[in-house]
Design a protein around this ligand. Structure first.
Ligand code: ATP
Ligand code: MG
Length: 248
């Protein structure tokens, strides 16, 4: 398949089924290489499942995913960073029993937890870890155990871990959910900075105010299918999109 030049991610008729439920049902989308793309849709419309198959957390039942125009055939979670894509989860996932600092270091050094903790770590990694922790506003908390962090701090650390991956394309599943205004502002600024640095940012959100503010492009899902995609103002003013929201 060709034509992938201007796209970070493309899908062709992808499907993911859970028993009788078609969570993603023949979905074909094109996510631009540059800018921020939001994925919206009612609860249960398949947004998280889409993130899971795009990041290789779940295998596809059918269809094709292209990353930077290349068909990966089989996508596994552990290999997606090398293909230039990583993601955060709707439910934050960290190593709870190690420090904030070590949570970043494990990712930066791409080692197992124990190797990262006990081997001598190069100064370049230490500088980068400090930079990331300062960027996400967690430098003061570097010694804290991840399990002792607040919900918002956990989200910030998870974003820091994603930044440590340094890939071209980022998937964020509901990065703003449950955040207080100050924290929410920080996450927004981080995402904008990443976009301005040239990363493709794809995020799921139910917060339509933020979706309008941040998105260059929007994908609307309904029952696992594509309801609409395109420029935000255009898409959100279409009757079928308005109806899907009011009807949910
Ligand atoms: N692991 C699973 N096993 C069985 N069914 C699942 C599983 N994950 C998702 N589903 C079902 O697939 C459908 C899509 O779920 P998904 O979590 O992708 O929706 P969503 O758009 O992310 O919803 P929300 O906005 O509530 O986060 C739902 O019907 C859900 O119940
Ligand atoms: Mg979800």
């Amino acid at each position: 398949m060709n034509g992938g030049e201007g796209y970070a991610l493309q899908t062709r008729e992808i499907s993911k089924r859970f028993g009788a439920v078609y969570a993603v049902d023949g979905l074909t989308i094109d996510v631009p290489r540059h800018g921020m793309t939001s994925i919206v849709g009612p609860n249960g419309s398949g947004k998280t499942t889409l993130m899971n198959v795009l990041s290789g957390v779940l295998p596809l039942d059918g269809g094709v995913v292209l990353i930077d125009g290349a068909d990966l055939k089989v996508l596994h979670a552990y290999e997606t960073p090398d293909h230039g894509i990583t993601r955060t989860f709707q439910e934050v996932r960290l190593f709870d029993q190690i420090s904030v600092w070590d949570n970043i270091m494990v990712v930066l050094t791409k080692r197992g937890m124990f190797a990262a903790l006990f081997e001598r770590v190069q100064p370049s990694y230490r500088r980068r870890a400090r930079q990331i922790l300062e960027d996400v506003g967690m430098w003061e908390k570097r010694e804290a155990l991840a399990s002792d962090l607040s919900y918002g701090q956990r989200k910030l650390l998870e974003i820091g871990r994603a930044m440590a991956m340094n890939v071209r394309t980022y998937l964020f599943d509901e990065p703003f959910a449950g955040l207080f205004p100050q924290m929410l502002q920080r996450v927004k600024e981080l995402m904008k900075t990443m976009r301005d640095e040239g990363h493709a940012i794809i995020f799921v959100s139910h917060n339509m105010e933020i979706v309008r503010e941040l998105s260059d492009y929007i994908i609307v899902m309904d029952s696992g299918t594509l309801l609409a995609e395109g420029e935000v103002d255009d898409v959100l003013s279409r009757p079928e999109v308005i109806e899907a929201y009011l009807g949910s």
